[in-house]
Design a protein around this ligand. Structure first.
Ligand SMILES: NC(=O)c1ccc[n+]([C@@H]2O[C@H](COP(=O)([O-])OP(=O)(O)OC[C@H]3O[C@@H](n4cnc5c(N)ncnc54)[C@H](OP(=O)(O)O)[C@@H]3O)[C@@H](O)[C@H]2O)c1
Length: 358
């Protein structure tokens, strides 16, 4: 990689950058991921077009996982980085370990064996010497937490990753990792890759609440369009070639639920949000939904998913919407959604001022 000729200089344009949690790593407010797209429904030159469009717009952070398209997402991402001639230091590359590629008893999970072997294999597929952040894609309840913390520290000591992080861990599990890291003087996870969108709020907005201040936890939010639901594309059925169509088995339950009262209620909210976006904010519901997650003060980056370069461009319109999300607009959104997580119980005591909470 280091020998590759640099053909494209990175220009951050107007992309705002934030620290990833309490680390010194700066990440763009919008990054790009490869789940179900890169190496799956999108292969070859179109992958290059998507990544180049993002890079040209100021996105220098790309997320993948060993499991995405059974390793093909990492292969495609690595190939495109080389072919576009991107400078490694310009990039923030993140990958995730948990679901390995083979079925052996030690080919998945978070044992020291899989963390070390999985990291090496991911780097090989990416064709990189290191990733910037390596995520534990899920918690592994069959491995002692000390083994997990030590193994990710080993990966960092080896120079295969600069930081480690978690994905879809409970607050209790993140706490445990921090306690062990602190006790053993080791590096703790810096961020959590969590689902966060207008229909999925409890964990990022309530469960992790105390961790943001206590550990400076960062988040790399995923499925901020709820896999496309928040674009309005599923309002009147499942369009051919869309994610729910192309992955019909995986989304079978989701699609079924859309016909039920709960799903119909979600679609009604999408229509109302569309009206608000178009009539009051001169934007699209997609841009509004993405800006809404980015506006959250605990969000470090919103990982975009895109099956075409046009979607990347359309979704980056969200940058213009963030400043339009005034307290009044946010209040209107809350009214439409009606799903804000409840505050922790006060057991009859008067509530603290909002800035005086943990
Ligand atoms: N850690 C985890 O467990 C986890 C889980 C999921 C995702 N992630 C990460 O987060 C990234 C983003 O997640 P996601 O892909 O689910 O994000 P998403 O934004 O909720 O969904 C992206 C999909 O929505 C559709 N879409 C996007 N923009 C659109 C537009 N403007 N108009 C119409 N359709 C549009 C596209 O699908 P179609 O065009 O195919 O319909 C696109 O692939 C992933 O790539 C991955 O890196 C992590």
């Amino acid at each position: 990689m280091s020998a590759t000729e640099v053909k494209l200089e990175f220009d951050p344009k107007d992309m705002p950058f934030r620290r990833l949690g309490s680390s010194g790593l700066r990440v763009p407010v919008f990054s790009l991921g490869g789940w179900l797209t890169l190496g799956a429904t999108v292969v070859g030159d179109p992958v290059k077009d998507i990544i180049k469009t993002a890079f040209d717009a100021g996105i220098n952070m790309f997320d993948t996982a060993e499991a995405y398209a059974a390793g093909k997402s990492e292969l495609e991402m690595g190939r495109v980085i080389r072919e576009l001639g991107l400078r490694r230091t310009d990039l923030v590359i993140t990958t995730k370990l948990f679901w390995g590629l083979r079925k052996g008893p030690n080919d998945s999970g978070l044992s020291r064996k899989h963390i070390v072997e999985g990291t090496k294999e991911s780097l090989e597929r990416l064709g990189l010497d290191y990733v910037d952040v390596i995520f534990a894609h899920r918690p592994d309840h069959t491995v002692p937490m000390e083994e997990i913390v030590r193994a990710f520290n080993f990966v960092i000591e080896k120079g295969w990753a600069f930081y480690w992080a978690t994905s879809e861990w409970s607050a209790r599990e993140i706490e445990e990792a921090h306690h062990i890291a602190s006790k053993l003087n080791l590096i703790a996870p810096i961020a959590e890759q969590c689902q966060h969108n207008m229909f999925h709020r409890e964990r990022p907005e309530k469960e992790y609440h105390a961790l943001y201040k206590k550990y400076g936890l960062g988040t790399t939010a995923w499925s901020s369009l709820a896999s496309g639901l928040l674009t309005g594309k599923y309002n009147d059925g499942i369009p051919k070639g869309s994610r729910f169509d192309a992955n019909s088995e995986f989304f079978k339950e989701t699609v079924k639920k859309l016909q039920e009262p709960e799903g119909q209620e979600k679609l009604r909210k999408v229509r109302e949000l569309t009206k608000l976006a178009e009539e009051e904010l001169n934007t699209t519901v997609s841009a509004l939904a993405l800006a809404w997650v980015a506006k959250n003060p605990n969000t470090s980056t919103v990982i975009l998913g895109a099956s075409s370069p046009e979607q990347v461009t359309q979704n980056l319109k969200a940058l213009e919407v963030i400043p339009k999300l005034t307290p009044e607009v946010l209040e209107k959104i809350e009214k439409i959604l009606g799903n804000a997580p409840e505050d922790a119980p006060s057991y009859g005591r008067p509530l603290l001022d909002r800035f005086g909470r943990i």
